[in-house]
Design a protein around this ligand. Structure first.
Ligand code: AMO
Length: 435
């Protein structure tokens, strides 16, 4: 039996000396038998290496029977290959098939034969064997790590909040009901109430990286029914600009970390990330509408910007301010949630936009109990049904604000992916609940 404890990754072979004994394991991506010599392209998480079998290799005759994508372990000696690149390869001494694959693969993993996104997602475990797709999730993992690193340095406490809840904070239309014994329950739409409650409890700064669920009706390139949000909230702010300041530094940290530590993945994906300079422009909605109207749009002053306008605005701001990262501020309070603080009809809510797509919503919250109650009623909502939300505010709430950042969208935009589904392992939308 080949000792898997001795295993090295394929990319480590290049750093081994000629003649070194090595053990490798992975997937047989390709097997070519040229009669007197055979080659196996072995793939693992870190890349590929060529395995060479000479005619005196004891299992030479059986190599042709190994189906592609079988899992094998091998033992062999490092040698410099004959190709121009001078890349090292491994001459086989021993090979074990640990798990033979069905030879009829449902999709072409290499991506040479085009496969629809739907079919790829149906066979996601195979689709993710494509190194390009794996690279997306290595970057996403780094984004998570960079966020946690930044939060810890800033003294932010990580929390985990319930995902089964009794009332939503983001509008009744997108609540998913849950069968919960004899009680009314839903899947959480956001961590909104809980993060605010932690500040009312005195935690000062909190964050969570967790799932949110919304019964979105439409099938778009940027919406899921289950997505992952980075939620953040901080106490004792002067105004929403304190939140913007925190968010822009976090964003720069994420870009810088990904640039430094994911060079290979960015190269593979053909992406460059320009780290935006601080501070990011703050564009009021009124200014955004003015910019769009200068280009021929005929938008009224109270227009609620949609996907198309955001995209166009992204291009205009790129031209005018030479940046992909900017905030849109001073939304009319009619366009923001009941929990955002308002100054005479102008909300203290904001969006953060990157490459023409909204990645974040946030703002200063209304922390004064009577005003909060008025705002709920002002939105035509039944105050009593929000007792769960308002009650904590009766007992001393600090001025505070925060944001929610969608990681699926962030990964999509950082990597210039066309569709949010590429940035999520197992996307959920109105049509898809498997795998
Ligand atoms: P909002 O609903 O704007 O705000 O969501 C914040 C961010 O979460 C992401 N997002 C989504 N991603 C994929 N699919 C969806 N259906 C989806 N919905 C939202 C986006 C969006 O910008 N509680 C507030 C945040 C706050 O004020 O702190 C909220 O959830 O990237």
């Amino acid at each position: 039996m080949i000792d898997l404890h001795k295993r090295i990754f394929t990319n480590q072979v290049q750093h081994r000396a000629e003649g070194d004994d090595v053990v490798l394991a992975g997937w047989a991506a390709d097997i070519r038998n040229l009669g007197k010599i055979a080659f196996i392209k072995l793939r693992d998480r870190e890349g590929f290496v060529q395995l060479t079998a000479l005619q005196d290799f004891k299992q030479f005759a059986t190599l042709k029977d190994i189906p592609k994508e079988s899992v094998v372990s091998v033992h062999g000696k490092v040698q410099t290959g004959k190709q121009k690149s001078g890349a090292k390869e491994v001459v086989l001494h021993d090979l074990e098939v640990l798990s033979a694959s069905d030879p009829n693969l449902p999709i072409d993993i290499s991506g040479t034969i085009p496969t629809s996104l739907d079919k790829r997602l149906d066979n996601r475990f195979l689709d993710l064997r494509n190194p390009r797709n794996l690279a997306i999730f290595k970057v996403r993992s780094m984004v998570n790590w960079a966020v946690r690193q930044f939060m810890m340095k800033e003294g932010v406490i990580e929390m985990q909040t319930p995902k089964i809840i009794s009332q939503g904070a983001e509008g009744g239309a997108t609540l998913f009901p849950v069968v919960y014994y004899d009680k009314k329950a839903y899947l959480s739409q956001s961590q909104q109430l809980y993060k605010q409650m932690m500040l009312i409890a005195g935690f000062e700064k909190v964050f969570e990286i967790g799932p949110s669920f919304r019964a979105e009706k439409s099938h778009t390139m940027r919406h899921f029914t289950e997505f992952t949000q980075i939620d953040f909230e901080m106490s004792f702010i002067n105004d929403e600009d304190d939140v913007l300041g925190f968010l822009e530094r976090l964003f720069v940290h994420v870009c810088t970390t990904v640039n430094e530590l994911c060079q290979e993945q960015l190269r593979m994906l053909g992406v460059t990330i320009d780290v935006p300079t601080l501070p990011f422009p703050r564009i009021t909605v009124a200014k955004a509408i003015e910019l769009l109207n200068e280009e021929g749009a005929k938008l009224p002053p109270d227009f609620d910007l949609g996907i198309e306008e955001e995209k166009k605005l992204g291009e205009l701001i790129r031209k005018k301010f030479k940046t992909d990262a900017y905030f849109i501020t001073k939304y009319p309070s009619s366009q923001r949630a009941f929990y955002i603080m308002n100054d005479n009809g102008v909300s203290r809510g904001f969006d953060f936009e990157y490459r023409g797509t909204e990645l974040v919503s946030g703002g200063q919250r209304e922390h004064r109990y009577p005003v909060l109650c008025k705002q709920i009623e002002g939105k035509g909502l039944v105050l009593k049904t929000f007792d769960f939300y308002t009650m904590p505010f009766k007992y001393g709430a600090p001025p505070h604000g925060g944001f929610g950042l969608g990681i699926d969208r962030l990964t999509m935009k950082l990597l210039n992916l066309e569709n949010i589904r590429e940035a999520c392992l197992f996307p959920r939308d109105p049509e898809r609940v498997v795998p």
